[in-house]
Design a protein around this ligand. Structure first.
Ligand code: S3P
Length: 431
């Protein structure tokens, strides 16, 4: 579906509740499935990606009940999954295919995973490589780099894996396989990636040791069912925070934002950009820090985003790039080559789409340079079926001279069902 976003004639006002965290929702279903007993998940994100995880686990024989405010998973323990009769369809979800690979690597049966066109282009050797080192049998196109991925697991050995990329998906896959392996499994990364797996495995009773850049666990540990409360997703909140920061005179409260320190790069960068922002009601929910965020429109300054910032805000770079088009000066984003292997090549899609609307951006090998401020003209924008590109372009419509028509907005339901309705509601609350 195409949606046209009219320029905002009035400030955005009011409050908005952030939908559940996508990373945590996936993990809750996956871990509960291999735990012993019944786990209840509250605050679960009913986005397309997390629904793909539910559907894969059902194909593996797990009973999952959904009702209005919770998901109940009847865990069958580490070896309770059954060989699936059908292909496991991961849809658009990189987290599903990569984390599930780690679990399937431990199963003594055969399974095949595949997803949509975007998944078919995303590199899987980063996961299948270490799983093979652990003794899993894995294959796929181009020597196990692309879907469909086929695997037959079992008899794994622990490894110390030095990942060339800071990737929570890689780290999680190897740690999950490590639960089925003999001895100890350790993953060391160049920079610390999001640590939801380590935190949630502990909630399910697994002993995980961590330091600055490594996480380790011993094989053979059993997960015990646990109830999980999923906090709001800072990556989704970032779009509403950005809307408040971009539209003149706006004042929003974005409620229930998960503030795990491995995810809050966007908050730190917004502060460096001089955003008028405050954290309210800070608390802990489900083992993760959360708060409400008050954001008011203000003039923004250009910044440099690099190094250890990057894994802490990798998913927020599209919306940060839009913010940078309105900031005074030259914003430089580097060390972010990982953007090329997300749902789309987000260096190209962000730079091309923002330039198309009248911004001054340049793609580099590992990021982009954005000269601001520019008055955006408006026009046609593509989502390229990438949820975060679709939402970024919608926000561009709020601050353009003429409307922005965003093509193929259905992808937004991957992480933020109801995004357009919420934006519309905030626009109507200006008085
Ligand atoms: C995710 C990790 C990140 C992130 C993705 C979700 C996760 O990917 O971009 O949206 O849930 O583990 P990488 O781990 O590949 O960087």
């Amino acid at each position: 579906m195409d949606i046209t976003i009219e320029p905002a004639e009035n400030p955005l006002k009011g409050s908005v509740i952030t939908p559940g965290d996508k990373s945590i929702s996936h993990r809750a279903v996956l871990f509960a499935s291999i735990a012993e007993g019944k786990s209840v998940i509250k605050g679960f994100l009913r986005g397309e990606d997390c629904l793909s995880t539910i559907s894969c686990m059902r194909s593996l024989g797990i009973v999952i009940e959904e009702d209005a405010d919770s998901i109940t998973v009847m865990g069958k323990g580490p070896y309770g999954l059954k060989e699936p009769a059908e292909l496991l369809n991961v849809g658009n979800s990189g987290t599903t295919i990569r984390l599930l690979s780690g679990i399937l690597a431990g199963q003594p049966f055969s399974s095949v995973m595949a997803g949509d066109d975007s998944i078919a282009r995303r590199p899987m050797r980063r996961v299948t490589g270490p799983l093979k080192m652990m003794n899993a049998t894995v294959d796929g196109r181009e020597f196990a780099n692309y879907t469909p991925l086929w695997m037959r697991g079992g008899d794994l050995q622990g490894v110390h894996y030095f990942s060339p990329v800071a990737s929570a998906q890689v780290k999680s896959a190897v740690l999950l396989a490590g639960l089925y392996a003999s001895g100890k499994t350790t993953v060391t990364e160049p920079f610390k990636s999001r640590d939801h797996t380590e935190r949630m495995l502990r909630t399910f009773g697994v002993n995980v040791e961590t330091d600055e850049k490594s996480a380790s666990l011993k094989g053979g540990q059993k997960l015990q069912a646990a109830d999980v409360f999923v906090p709001g997703d800072v990556s989704s909140a970032a779009f509403m925070i950005a809307a408040g920061a971009l539209v003149q005179g706006s004042h929003l409260i974005v409620e229930n934002v998960g503030l795990n320190p491995t995810r809050t790069g966007v908050i730190d960068v917004l502060k460096r950009m001089d955003a008028d922002m405050m954290l309210l009601n800070e608390t802990m929910l489900g083992g993760e820090p959360t708060a409400d965020i008050e954001i008011k429109y203000s003039r923004l300054q250009a910044v440099t985003i690099e190094g250890s910032d990057i894994p802490r805000l990798i998913d927020e770079i599209p919306v940060l790039a839009l913010l940078a088009t309105q900031a005074d000066g030259k914003t430089v984003i580097k060390d972010a080559a990982e953007l090329k292997v997300k749902e789309t090549n987000r260096i190209d899609t962000v730079v091309n789409q923002l330039n198309e609307l009248g911004a001054d951006c340049e793609a580099t090998d590992d990021g982009m340079i954005i000269n601001g401020p520019s008055k955006l003209k408006g026009g046609n924008a593509e989502s390229y079926h990438d949820h975060r590109i679709g939402m970024t372009m919608a926000l561009a419509g709020l601050i353009s001279e003429t409307p922005v028509k965003v093509k193929d907005t259905d992808a937004v339901a991957v992480s933020y069902p109801g995004f357009f309705e919420e934006l519309e509601r905030l626009r109507k609350q200006h008085v």
